[in-house]
Design a protein around this ligand. Structure first.
Ligand code: 5GP
Length: 146
């Protein structure tokens, strides 16, 4: 998939936003949805995406909507670092397949980084569902006040 093209409303994140596919949701407001990555690069790897825009990537979104999105990214980075106490936190965002994008609905990765772990860009192992459920409950409790 190139950087430019038409939005495919059957992409997995569009399905998740519509409620047609499941996710481990940790935050939602009128404009933004955040859930745990199914193939996490680290414990707490979270995806943050805009709900009501057909944006394949960063180039497709209005600045005002992008501001709403990045504000939530910052809040969740704060929550994840407070709760999980990683040594660092990576914010990543890919545009176009050659840049590493695999799902073509704009999203930001918030990836807690723990000392001694690999800085992989993509993980191939699906997370344990019980672990995701436990993490979801833990983060939802912390996020409740957002
Ligand atoms: P990208 O490479 O497009 O920046 O990132 C897409 C991310 O979506 C990857 O980290 C991948 O693990 C994650 N992902 C792919 N399919 C699903 C899914 O069905 N559910 C969730 N929660 N994450 C997914």
């Amino acid at each position: 998939m190139s950087l430019h093209g038409s939005y495919d409303s059957e992409n997995i994140f569009a399905k998740i936003i519509r409620g047609d596919a499941p996710c481990y949701k940790i935050y939602e407001d009128d404009d933004v949805l955040a859930f745990l990555d199914l193939f996490p690069q680290s414990y707490g790897h979270t995806l943050v995406l805009p709900k009501h825009v057909e944006a394949r990537n960063l180039l497709d979104i209005e600045p005002e909507k992008l501001s709403q999105l990045i504000t939530v990214v910052q809040r969740l980075a704060q929550v994840l670092t407070d709760e999980l106490e990683p040594a660092g936190v990576q914010i990543a965002q890919f545009n176009g397949a050659p840049a590493g994008q695999t799902v073509f609905h704009l999203h930001f990765h918030v990836i807690p980084r723990f000392a001694g772990e690999d800085l992989a860009i993509h993980a191939s192992k699906m997370a344990d569902k019980a672990e995701l459920e436990a993490l979801q409950a833990r983060l939802q409790q912390r996020i409740g006040a957002l």
